[in-house]
Each structure stands twice: as structure tokens, then as C-alpha cells.
Design a binder for this molecule. Sequence first.
Ligand code: CMC
Length: 384
Amino acid sequence: MADTGANTQVNLIKAGLEDAVVSTSEICFIDGHKGRLLYRGIDVDDLVAHSTFEEVIYLLWHGHLPTRKELDAHVKALSATANRRLAPKIISILRLFPKKTTPMEILRTGVSALSAFDPEAGDNSREATLRKSLRLTAQMPTLVAAWERIRRGKPPVAPNPKLTLAGNFLYMLSGKKPTPLATRTFDVALILHADHEFNASTFAARVTAATLSDLHSGVVSGIGALKGPLHGGANEQVMLMVEKIKDPARAEGWIKKAIADKVRLMGFGHRVYRVEDPRAKHLRRLATELGEQIHNMSYVEILNTIAQVVTAEKHIYPNVDLFSGAAYAAMGIATDQFTPIFAMSRVAGWAAHVLEQHGNNRLIRPRSEYTGATDARYVPISER
Ligand code: CMC
């Protein structure tokens, strides 16, 4: 074994940091065996039944449910046009991108650009980070919707301060007020994606925050990690699979062949859950309700068949990404917008974790076990 440095004990953990506990946290708890997810101690099922995304944001950031007065002030600030609108120069930057740029690339670059326009970008105090978190959470839906309009050759729609974050996003996409069912479905989807303990993107955000870097940098790190198909990018991949299958009658045969071919099945499996992801049932129900409303149940039927076969044959279970896309598609949202929508919600969790990390910080800097050469000689280029 190579000498890894003075007094270094090699203490290898499982690949992918499986089961490694890297910090304490008071934000989110997952019981992977019982299929329970708690935000600040409250079961996400209760939040879906009784809360709103705005209230969940407050809960994650402040650690307790707001009073009526606190909630009203928080909702007002999140809805204010001054916080939701994008600087005209940001819109000008968006117009410069090739139309083929994916929404996730736009979001990654756009959040980074928003930092340059934030009056408190370099201030890492808790108060300033809370204010920046609020502005960024309010701006991200405007950014995502503006790119959708611009790439389709349409002018962006100005935010409507009378609408909730969910309703306003759907409004800014189409220019039409969404139905109550679409608004509530979208709000529930935002609640369900808001936080998930030390998932890859949150860990990335915390690693960045732990260098005493700022909120926007942490969120950009989070977006980069979320983009991959093993994480948030899975919801888009699920829809591409459903589009390939097309007909519910073909679903069983298609998925059995995929299992036989040892294909990685998007929307299934999880590092922590050993049972069905508690978020999946809500999204299944909402996708079903929306499918019924638009008289098109084919996506949901395909997904139900796939879920049945995969669970029975592979003993891996649906995760949050299996049914979310079917709900978004029923609202007419483009497939490559599914992961940016995930980010529009997860920014609440990333911000809570940046605040927690800054509140009790130590640089996150693990080691590797070096397995390379230790006595290689520099060979002059003329001798190689
Ligand atoms: N399809 C096929 N086989 C799977 C899958 C899957 N989706 N998930 C796990 N397995 C199998 C895997 O082949 C392996 O089998 P074996 O031990 O026989 O080699 C075993 O289960 C363990 O898999 P793993 O890849 O070591 O598990 P992991 O904890 O590293 O991966 C995961 C977790 C989420 C990356 C994985 O389940 C996966 O790739 N799922 C598909 C992508 C996906 O839906 N991601 C979203 C995750 S939840 C929301 C989010 O984070 O955004």
C-alpha cells in the first residue's frame, strides 16, 4: 500500500459513500425501511395533505411552522414582483443562447448569472443568505419559464404576484391561468421534491458551502449534480422510455425485455429506500387524476404496468421520478423541463443545507486511498 501521508489510517468505506454518515443535520429524516420522509420532523404525507410549498420553504429554512403573520409576510415576499422578476440584462443573456440549449444548461448558467445581479452576493451572514435564498427561489421559476418562451420564439410572461409559486410558474409558461387541479398538483410536486437529506446534489451544495463559498455557488453545484440521470435527470429519462413504449399494450413485453437485457430502469431503485419511495404514491395519484382530466391515461397505464413487472421481478421499487413526468406531461410541460422543475423545488432544500452548513462549518475534505505508482520517473519527452 502506498504511503498516504503522516499518521494516515486507511479506513475505506463502501463505494459511493453508501451508508457513510458525514454530518449531523436537523433538516430531513428518511427511514429507508419504513418508507418515511420527514421535513423538520413532520411527515411529508401530512405536508402534502395540509401544507403548501411556500409554507414548506419556511419550515425548511426556519426549523418550525410559521405563525399566520410569519406565513403571510413570507408568501408576500416570495410573490413580490421585485423578487420574482429577472433583470432585463438576464433576459438579454438568455436571448443569446442557441435555441437548442437544454433548460438544465440554462438553469445552471442562469443561476450563476443571477448572482452577479444580487445585491448581497458575497455576504454569507445568515440574514443575507436567507434573503438571497428567497430571491433565488422566487427567480428560478421565472428563469425556467422565460427560457421555455424564448426558445419557442415567444416573449416571456411577466410574473403575477397574485398567484402562488406553483400557479405563477404554470401561468408564465403558457400565459394562461392554470386550473385549480394543475396548480394543486404542481404545488404538491414542489412539496415532495423540496428536500431529501444528503442526496448527491445537496451534498455537492454543502461541500461548496463548507469552503465558505456563497449561496449561489452552492446552488450551482447542486444543479450540476442534479442534472445527471442517476439523480434528478431520471424523471426526463422515464418519459423518454414511456414515449418509446407508446402503447400500454406493449408495456409488459417491453419492460420484460429491458429486464432481460439488464437495462438500468429509470425511476426505480434508491440508495436509501428498501421499499417504495413515499413520494411516489402521491405522484401516481396526481398523474392519474390529471390523466383522467385530459382523457389520456396511456402514460399512467404504461407506468403502472412497468411498476408491477419491475417490482415483482427485480424487487426494486418506484422512486420519486417514476410518476412525476406523467403529471407534468398532462399539464403540457416539455420533457426536458422536468429536471429544472425538480431544481425549482430542491433549491429550498439546498438553501436550508447551505444555512445549516454555514451555521456550524468545517471544511469537507475527505481522503482517497492512493493506488497509483509512487516511484515513477520523469521521462524527458525525447525519450518517450
Ligand atoms: N435498474 C436496474 N437495476 C437496478 C436499479 C435500476 N434502476 N437500481 C438498482 N438496481 C440493481 C443494480 O443492478 C444492483 O444489482 P446487483 O447487486 O445485482 O449488481 C443493485 O440493484 C444495487 O444497485 P446500485 O446501482 O449499486 O445501487 P445504488 O444505491 O448505487 O443506486 C440508484 C441507486 C438510484 C442510482 C439506482 O437505483 C438507479 O440507477 N436507479 C435509476 C435511476 C433513478 O431512477 N434515479 C433517481 C433516484 S431517486 C431521486 C433522485 O435522486 O433524483
